[in-house]
Design a protein around this ligand. Sequence first.
Ligand code: AMP
Ligand code: MG
Length: 366
Amino acid sequence: MLTRVYRIAVDNIDEGSVRECCEIVSRGGIVVFPTETVYGLGASAYNGEAVKRIFIAKNRPMDNPLIVHISNKKQLYEVVEEVPEKIARAIDVLWPGPFTVLLRKGPRVAQEATANLPTVAVRMPAHPVALRLIDCAGPIAAPSANISGRPSPTTGFHAMVDMFGRADAIIDSGETLYGVESTIIDATSKPMKLLRPGAMPVEKIAEVLGEEIIITPEARGYRESERALAPGMKYKHYSPETPLILVEYREDVEKMVEDVIRVVEEVGGTGKKVAVIASSETFHRYKGLADKVLVYGSRKNVFEVARNLFKILRELDREGVDIAIVEGVEEKGLGLAVMNRLRKASSKVVKYHQNLYIPGHNSIQT
Ligand code: AMP
Ligand code: MG
């Protein structure tokens, strides 16, 4: 398939290009488009056959539902059954933005988009190109524009690496603002529940709603949910090819990382290459100890860490190392989303009060 690529500047939107992409969507095509979080791969939310093509292009399990993206409030009432008063007030404040809300699904939305669930996840993205495209094409169902299991694309180039030859068109509008996906709240449960932490801090959403939001261990990225409530939680996500060990945050996380480097090198034997992904405050400690050191940003600026996260995970695979160790961040604000992604991306999570045990080899006690 020949994929058409459009470069659309955020501050100077070429209406002709938007119209062409809109026509592709209207004819049942699938289009990569930018949002303020990550790039999405979209199809008309009302066209089941088109939505099916997204799953095939991404190699995504059919039981993992998509988010329906809208550009105005009228569309909201087209895609859901009803909007509770509280939610209507909250979206006035939070939309457009990286806040996705789960409501009961309206009849027009294709079953394929919601994996046959009675609920639909909806959001209005804060990206002028996305909004123009949706204005023209109507509600667009879209997951992130990566091959299933890979880190989400935060640049047009990343989206191209994964989707060229798979999507009908790709809109490249440069780097996204947040670099992690939207925050998903289930408004059909009582009390409301966080399904996925993301670019909008859950603390802020709870404040606007004036309600408590339950944060489960699954939402922190710890355990895979056995239940079919949010099928998206069942899958391995965001993973680089390189095996990744996450060291959970604590004040002196760098000491723990140093221990883990030593254990990994002992276990791996000579010649195995180790990378560390760390903060701008701590990276210097690993120079000489690890083969490669990558910096995800400042510990004091978790917005920056979130923004760089998927880019770094993609870069890691080009560093030629056998294993990588990443420093955790504090689980506050956007830190909750960062830790959710890191826990899902890593093959091993190390906590300071636990042993790091690698079968048949070694263990460390701290
Ligand atoms: P992605 O944009 O690739 O992160 O995919 C959208 C995510 O939204 C999925 O992984 C699901 O976890 C979540 N989602 C979408 N619709 C629903 C729904 N009806 N119920 C629960 N989770 C949903
Ligand atoms: Mg995704």
